[in-house]
Design a protein around this ligand. Structure first.
Ligand SMILES: C[S@@+](CC[C@H](N)C(=O)[O-])C[C@H]1O[C@@H](n2cnc3c(N)ncnc32)[C@H](O)[C@@H]1O
Length: 251
């Protein structure tokens, strides 16, 4: 993993949990979703994956655990978090009380068909191991369970020296990856078609970002992580990248 990704997914993840813990419980989920999950995207996935109370949900590449906590809050699922970065694992344990396993999505230390459902949000483009990650999600979810993805895809080449550590698939490559994992697309939505994010959510997220900048703004880790997320935001704005939500099931 590059220094920028390490900064974002490890160091800043831990700082984020500390800031959220200091600001109070209403900040925990928005802070821990700074990785990629928005309430509108999560609501759509929760509905389309038909998540139901008591179901066990694998959150693969869970980051600080915000999306899993959101699903537990809104649909009473029982999340299990898998995350390779120690700092993010610690951050998730600071804010939430779910099992957290430190592992990579391409080699899950988990039994076959153990989960009712799984999702990987904003994870695919951060790893070269995309096929094995999808294969592992398929293996660990029960045969009629759903798999949710938030995938950032590239519609043209990402300019050089921008985000060379990321692996953004093209839309057709994403379709191929899904097919090669013996999965089928059940639902697909581009995130631009989602409803707006509630203002109170945005305000809380911004308060967390301000507190992080106040405390850590002069550090290299914060500057690298900020540069990374600003570059992605710019590429989303100019249409080079789009965020795609997919619900998959076994073919
Ligand atoms: C953009 S963040 C998204 C975090 C979280 N899913 C969210 O939506 O808030 C990507 C996460 O994927 C994790 N990651 C990177 N490579 C991975 C892999 N091979 N398997 C599982 N997770 C991975 C990173 O450590 C990071 O926490």
């Amino acid at each position: 993993m590059s220094e920028a990704m390490e900064a974002e997914f490890d160091t800043v993840a831990q700082w984020t949990a500390q800031v959220a813990a200091d600001l109070g419980p209403e900040f925990h989920i928005p802070a821990a979703c700074r990785g990629s999950g928005s309430p509108a995207a999560l609501d759509w996935l929760i509905d389309q994956m038909r998540l139901a109370p008591g179901q066990v949900l694998l959150d693969c590449g869970a980051g600080v655990g915000g999306p899993a906590a959101y699903a537990a809050m809104s649909r009473s699922v029982l999340p299990v978090l898998v995350e390779p970065e120690l700092g993010a694992c610690r951050a998730a344990r600071t804010l939430f009380d779910y099992p957290v396993i430190q592992a990579a999505g391409g080699a899950l230390p988990l039994a076959d068909e153990r989960f009712d459902a799984a999702w990987a949000l904003g994870v695919l483009c951060t790893t070269a191991d995309q096929q094995t990650l999808l294969d592992e999600l398929r293996r660990t979810v029960r045969p009629d369970g759903r798999i949710g993805l938030l995938a950032f895809v590239a519609h043209r080449d990402v300019p050089p020296n921008q985000l060379e550590d990321n692996n953004f698939p093209t839309p057709s490559r994403l379709v191929e990856l899904v097919k090669d994992a013996a999965l089928e697309v059940e639902h697909w939505l581009c995130t631009v078609d989602l409803p707006a994010i509630p203002p109170e959510w945005t305000e809380r997220e911004e308060a967390v970002t301000e507190a992080l900048a106040d405390r850590h703004g002069d550090t290299r880790a914060w500057q690298l992580a900020e540069r990374q997320s600003k570059r992605i935001a710019r590429l989303l704005e100019d249409g080079t990248l789009t965020g795609e939500l997919l619900v998959l099931r076994r073919g």
